[in-house]
Design a protein around this ligand. Structure first.
Ligand SMILES: [Zn+2]
Ligand SMILES: [Zn+2]
Length: 382
């Protein structure tokens, strides 16, 4: 089940239409402007249309279990980056619980089975304090939303600064604490992100190391609790704690791009995750840069085709490499280039209009770490 984080600019239905156009099986969205604390309630007409459209696309079937044990597809909502359930300051913590409540409510109305959020950053307190804070927040969230079906998924992070959720041990402790406080194991799962796992220190650049990482995760957290994958290559090296996403096969997991082959991807964490039986029905969403390749194809299509082709018997889906168009040589400043009317530099390729990727989401792939942000500085990733 492959999808991508797609923009809801204009209407949430646009994300569904774009997913259809790109040939996806599912989609990830924000259910509101993710940079705002307050959102207008969902319009009942939109909710009705959303349900109709997801049913029409078949996006409401299959996938992992929701909190009531039903398989309602793989549509995933990504919670706002403003939320920090680990915040030591009461005002921010309260505000985060209110916004997270709204996120859960919206998912419930839209029939979205999975809500991914970053565990949080403990900032001026401690890891233990931060974990306790998140679990306390969950106790309140679940008592406000009794009986809801949406599974909240703790996303593994790169573990930068005081950000919680890099080491698998932290994810395991966190889920256990939440279950202890709420008594509701079915409502809390995990989301893993290939870029984050790798940058957190679990090397995914070979199938062997990826298998080792996954068995470690299984021992500590349980693979069956992974409800969502984010599939991104990583610009930063394994253990770099850098949260920078790259196209599949262009980063330090599946790259280098210059010599990319299907076999190379197969022998990386991508092959391991795509073909792992535990994830056969788990939605796998791209959060890679939304742009068009030099030959006009949407990168989302190329990235998904690369992933799909890794499955046995689907080798033929391996997409043609995007034609690399040489950057025009910078003409000399003054008239020397004379004869040939070269293309003006920087306009070699026209963006395809209406390719469905022009309404790009997002902060998701645009949050760039400051150079040298390193381990100590908390920052938001995806
Ligand atoms: Zn990220
Ligand atoms: Zn992610």
């Amino acid at each position: 089940m492959f999808g991508s984080h797609l923009s809801i600019a204009g209407s949430m239905l646009n994300a569904l239409d774009d997913a259809r156009r790109l040939g996806f099986d599912t989609v990830q969205v924000f259910t509101k402007n993710q940079q705002q604390w307050k959102a207008k309630p969902l319009d009942p007409g939109l909710v009705k249309d959303w349900h109709a459209r997801t049913a029409e696309l078949g996006f409401d079937r299959g996938g992992p279990k929701d909190a009531r044990g039903r398989h309602r597809g793989g549509i995933t909502s990504h919670a706002s980056y403003l939320i920090n359930l680990a915040a030591p300051a009461d005002a921010l913590w309260r505000q985060s619980i209110d916004l997270m409540t709204d996120e859960i409510e919206r998912c419930e109305q839209l029939g979205i089975p999975f809500l991914v959020h970053h565990p949080g950053a403990f900032t001026t307190s401690s890891l233990d304090e931060g974990l306790r804070r998140i679990a306390d927040a969950y106790a309140e969230l679940f008592s406000r939303t009794k009986g809801y079906a949406t599974v909240s998924c703790l996303e593994g992070t790169v573990g930068a600064g005081s950000q919680i959720g890099g080491p698998f041990e932290e994810l395991a402790r966190l889920r256990s604490l939440i279950i202890e406080k709420t008594g509701q194991p079915d409502r809390v799962g995990f989301c893993l992100d290939t870029c984050h796992v790798h940058a957190a220190g679990y090397d995914l650049s070979s199938a062997a190391s990826a298998k080792a990482a996954l068995s470690r995760f299984d021992e500590l957290c349980g693979l069956l609790h992974v409800r969502v994958w984010h599939i991104n290559d990583s610009k930063g090296a394994a253990g770099s704690h850098l949260d920078r996403h790259d196209h599949i096969g262009h980063g330090t997991i599946g790259g280098p791009a210059a010599s990319l082959t299907r076999d190379r991807l197969l022998d990386s964490g991508f092959g391991t995750v795509v073909n792992h039986p535990a994830f056969a029905h788990v939605p796998k969403h791209l959060e890679t840069p939304k742009e068009d390749a030099p030959d006009g194809r949407a990168w989302d299509s190329i990235n998904v085709a690369r992933l799909r082709s890794l499955r046995p018997g689907e080798e033929s889906q391996w997409p043609a490499p995007p034609k690399v168009i040489e950057a025009p040589k910078t003409p000399a400043r003054t008239g020397k280039s004379g004869g040939k009317p070269g293309k003006p530099s920087g306009t070699g390729v026209r963006r395809k209009e209406g390719s469905g990727t022009s309404r790009t989401p997002t902060k998701v792939q645009q949050s760039k770490p400051k150079a040298g942000s390193g381990r100590r500085k908390p920052r938001r990733g995806n």
